[in-house]
Design a protein around this ligand. Structure first.
Ligand SMILES: Nc1ncnc2c1ncn2[C@@H]1O[C@H](COP(=O)(O)OP(=O)(O)O)[C@@H](O)[C@H]1O
Ligand SMILES: [Mg+2]
Length: 368
């Protein structure tokens, strides 16, 4: 009997798990939001993942359940586990990628460096935190944020009146980072894990725009520290599958943990071309409890640039026309301003040349 993996969510991450599943010879099923979802080309069930009947019916048909996003309510996942469904990562781990305040609480007990943080319930709490941090802070909605939505730089409690009206928020010290890094780890249920090379990510307006692998100008201490942080978190939270740890690299050289994802992550797209094992394959191997593979790079450098708005045939064609070195990934989404619609990757020896190349290709054929 062929092993069947079920993925909740039909976005681009589920879509890019499909070729990895095919290569491994496992069947993949997707519970998608609509029949036009990015992963619509896999055996797809269309339905609402917050509806118990839909979710449990989907889960009963697969050998292991995993995710394209972290939005499935924890109580539904706990019910699935109680019913004997194999859910990876499990709800106890996933909740730390769902709720940024809870994530801070759980990480505070571990040997990993964090920015100063607090949970604020009312304007007085915000006022106090601002007073302790030179009048500026980063406020976050604990749940539901992505791509910078749910993140604000604040200097007065008024800036978060609207958010406080619907519940407590997370406040963080505004970190003056020199750059942002991401560490991916893939971990099997019993604890075997592999670390990918740490990458540098560039966010524009809170959204990942560009990734370089490996992170340039890295000391061996930083590489070791990023890998240590990834391993400590994966182990302590008992993550199964890919864990992505977003980090700030600060002027003193200290790394501070920003947030976590427990699924393939935008920062890991480079490994499809640049790695011996892609993050999608690593995630599937980990949730299947299979050997994890080699995470080393096949090329000295890889650069990824996201395509926003549209990655239709014309734009992809223009990118390919720009240079034969470009590797395309279109997500099959309807064009919408600002939407992550695809990405381009190039690998090679000369980092500056690769950056120029991929940026140029991403601009080619862009609808103004
Ligand atoms: N405490 C902070 N200090 C400085 N910048 C931050 C802080 N937290 C977040 N940011 C910036 O906002 C971006 C998005 O924040 P993040 O918490 O990762 O939210 P999202 O879930 O939208 O990715 C980060 O990649 C970083 O550029
Ligand atoms: Mg983030």
């Amino acid at each position: 009997m062929t092993i069947r993996v079920g993925v909740v969510g039909g976005g681009q991450l589920a879509r890019m798990m499909i070729p990895a599943a095919q290569a491994l010879g496992v069947e993949i099923r997707v519970l998608a939001e609509s029949d036009e979802a990015s992963a619509g080309l896999a055996a797809t069930v269309v339905g609402d993942y917050t509806d118990w009947e839909t979710l449990s019916f989907f889960a009963q048909e697969v050998d292991v359940l995993t995710f394209d996003h972290e939005h499935v309510p924890t109580h539904l996942l706990e019910r699935l586990v109680a019913d004997g469904v194999v859910v990876r990562p499990g709800p106890h781990a996933l909740v730390c990628a769902q709720d940024k305040s809870l994530m801070r609480e759980r990480l505070a007990g571990l040997d990993v460096p964090l920015p100063a943080w607090a949970v604020a319930e009312d304007p007085g709490d915000v006022e106090r935190f601002l007073a302790q941090h030179d009048g500026v802070a980063v406020a976050k909605t604990p749940r539901g944020g992505y791509d910078g939505k749910g993140v604000r730089v604040v200097s007065t409690p008024k800036d978060v009146d609207d958010w406080l009206a619907s519940g407590p928020i997370l406040l963080e010290q505004k970190v003056e980072f020199v750059r942002e890094l991401a560490q991916l780890v893939a971990r099997r249920p019993q604890g075997d894990s592999v670390s990918f090379p740490v990458v540098e990510t560039l966010q524009k307006d809170g959204v990942c725009a560009e990734v370089v692998a490996p992170a340039p100008d890295q000391s061996s201490e930083i590489i070791a520290e990023a890998a240590r942080i990834g391993r400590v978190i994966a182990e302590a939270l008992d993550v199964t599958g890919v864990l992505a740890v977003e980090m700030f690299d600060t002027p003193s050289g200290q790394l501070l943990v920003n947030e976590l994802a427990m699924r393939p992550h935008n920062s890991g797209h480079v490994f499809t071309e640049a790695g011996v094992t892609s993050q999608f394959e690593a995630h599937l191997r980990a949730v299947l409890d299979w050997p994890l593979g080699d995470t080393s790079l096949r090329q000295p450098w890889a650069v990824m640039v996201n395509l926003f708005g549209d990655a239709g045939n014309e734009r992809i064609h223009a990118a390919l026309d720009y240079s034969p070195q470009i590797r395309p990934h279109a997500y099959g989404k309807h064009p919408r301003p600002g939407r992550k619609a695809g990405h381009l990757v190039a690998t090679g020896d000369d980092l500056e040349q690769l950056k120029t190349l991929v940026r140029g290709a991403s601009e080619a054929g862009r609808q103004q």
